[in-house]
Design a protein around this ligand. Structure first.
Ligand SMILES: [Mn+2]
Length: 424
C-alpha cells in the first residue's frame, strides 16, 4: 500500500486553519521557533523490524492481521510510517529473522521509500532450528568454546548481512547470565565474554561501530553478564573506540537515574544511542512516552546539552531507535505514537533556557532549576512537531490520517488476516 502525497495534503487541509492558529501562538511564545522546527524535521527515528508485528508476552501472543510476512513487507510498513510522519527514515534489522536473501531488491525497495538501514542486531538469546549447539547456558560467555565460536560466527555473519544493505553498526545484546547463585563464575564469564567480543570487534569494518546494550535482568534472573552501563562501558573501553554503550530505557532497575547515566557516557564519548520505549515495572516495552514522559524529557535535556557541548549533529551522531513490542495496539499506530513522543521530548529539551538552568545550578538554587525545566516540559510543543512534519510533506495528524486511510484494512486485504511477522 502506498500513501499518495495528494491524500496527505487533502487530509492536512482539514486541519490547516487550526494548526496555523496553534503554530502562531508558538511563534510568539517560544524563542527560535523556526530553528526548532528545522531541527525536529531533521531528526529521524529508526523503526525496528520486530516492532511491525504484534509482540507477545511469556503468557501468549494475540496475533494481529495484515502484518508483514517478509523483509520487503517490513520495509514497506516502515515506508508507510515514514510517508505519514516523514520522521522514521530508517529501519533496524534483526538476524536471522531478517535474512537478506536478495540484497539488490531489498536496497531498491528501501531507496524507493526514502529509507536507510540503521544498526543490525544479532540474536544469540534463542536457538534457531538449524543451529547445532544450544544457547541455553549462554552464548558469548558460554563455558564451551564451541558454543562461543558459534555465537561469534553468527555476529560476524550479522555484520556481513548488514554490509549488504549499508548498515554501519552492530548492536549486541546478550541474554547471558545465570538464574541461581553459584551457577556461574562471574569473573570467568566476564573474561570469556570479552574474548568473544574481541573476535567480533576484529571483524568490524573500519567505518562501523559496535553498540553494547546492557540489561539488568531477564531472561536470566540472578545475574546478567552485561548487567548495567558499568559492565557495558568496561567492555567497550577494553575493545576500543568503535565500541560504545547502548542505553535501552527499559533495561534498568526501578528508579534508576537514566539521565545521569546518559550525561556521563556522553561526556566520555561512549554513548552509542538509544532504544526508546516506556515501562512501569521492568522491560515492559510500552509505547514511548506512554507512562513517564517527564523522564523522557529529562533524558533528552541531557542529550541535547551533551551533544551541544561536544558540537555533535543531533540528527546523525547518535543512534535513535525504538525498541518496543506489545500486545494490545495496532503496531503501526503504536509506532506513530512513539515517534511523536520522541519528537515532543526532543522539542521540549530544545526550548529549555540552558543559560538560566546553568545559573540556577551555579547558585545552588533548585527552585529556579525546577522552574526552568518545568516551564519547558509544560509547554505544548505539538504545533512545532506538526509544523516540522507538514514542512517535510507529512501529516499534521498522523493517527487520524492512518485511520482515515483504512491502512490496516488495506494491509489485511493485501496480506490476509492470518499473518505472522518472521521472528515474532
Ligand atoms: Mn533494546
Amino acid at each position: 500500500m502506498q500513501v499518495k502525497k495528494s491524500l496527505i495534503s487533502e487530509h492536512n487541509d482539514l486541519d490547516i486553519a487550526e494548526h496555523q492558529r496553534r503554530y502562531e501562538w508558538a511563534l510568539t511564545h517560544i524563542a527560535h521557533c523556526d530553528s526548532i522546527v528545522e531541527k525536529v524535521a531533521a531528526f529521524q527515528i529508526t523503526i525496528p523490524s520486530w516492532a511491525l508485528g504484534t509482540g507477545g508476552t511469556r503468557f501468549g501472543r494475540f496475533a494481529g492481521a495484515g502484518e508483514p510476512r517478509t523483509l520487503l513487507e517490513k520495509i514497506d510498513d516502515v515506508g508507510l510510517l515514514h510517508a505519514i510522519s516523514r520522521s522514521s527514515g530508517s529501519i533496524s534489522l534483526h538476524f536471522p529473522w531478517d535474512s537478506v536473501d536478495d540484497a539488490p531488491a531489498v536496497r531498491t525497495r528501501a531507496i524507493s521509500l526514502g529509507l536507510q538501514f540503521d544498526a543490525v542486531n544479532s540474536n544469540t538469546f534463542q536457538d534457531q532450528p538449524s543451529q547445532p549447539l544450544s544457547y541455553k547456558f549462554g552464548s558469548l560467555s558460554h563455558v564451551d568454546k564451541a558454543v562461543r565460536n558459534q555465537a561469534v560466527e553468527h555476529n560476524i555473519e550479522t555484520i556481513r548481512q548488514g554490509e549488504l544493505v549499508g548498515s554501519k553498526a552492530l548492536t549486541l545484546w546478550l541474554s547471558d547470565g545465570s538464574c541461581f547463585p553459584g551457577q556461574i563464575n562471574f569473573r570467568r564469564s566476564f573474561e570469556r565474554t570479552l574474548e568473544s567480543m574481541k573476535q567480533i570487534y576484529r571483524a568490524l569494518p573500519a567505518d562501523w561501530n559496535m553498540y553494547i546494550e546492557y540489561k539488568a535482568f531477564e531472561p536470566n534472573m540472578y545475574s546478567t553478564t552485561v548487567g548495567d552501563w558499568g559492565y557495558s562501558h568496561m567492555f567497550a573501553s577494553k575493545l576500543g573506540k568503535q565500541a560504545l554503550t547502548l542505553v535501552d530505557l527499559g533495561h534498568h532497575l526501578p528508579s534508576t537515574n537514566i539521565e545521569q547515566i546518559v550525561a556521563i557516557l556522553m561526556m566520555e564519548g561512549k554513548l552509542a544511542g538509544f532504544h526508546f520505549n516506556d515501562s512501569k515495572y521492568g522491560d515492559d516495552d510500552l509505547t514511548v512516552g506512554s507512562i513517564n514522559p517527564y523522564q523522557l524529557f529529562l533524558v533528552f535535556c541531557e542529550l541535547v546539552r551533551g551533544m551541544d557541548e561536544q558540537k555533535m549533529n543531533h540528527a546523525q551522531d547518535l543512534g535513535w531507535m525504538i525498541d518496543a513490542s506489545h500486545n494490545v495496539k495496532d503496531p503501526l499506530e503504536d509506532l506513530l505514537q512513539s515517534v511523536e513522543a520522541i519528537q515532543i521530548a526532543y522539542a521540549q529539551a530544545l526550548i529549555v533556557d540552558s543559560q538560566a538552568l546553568f545559573q540556577a545550578q551555579e547558585a545552588n538554587d533548585p527552585v529556579a532549576a525546577q522552574e526552568v525545566l518545568q516551564a519547558a516540559f509544560r509547554t505544548d510543543v505539538r504545533p512545532i512537531v506538526a509544523e516540522a512534519r507538514r514542512r517535510a510533506g507529512g501529516a499534521l495528524r498522523p493517527i487520524s490520517l492512518f485511520r482515515s486511510m483504512n491502512v490496516r484494512a488495506n494491509l489485511i486485504a493485501e496480506r490476509g488476516s492470518i499473518t505472522r511477522s518472521t521472528g515474532l
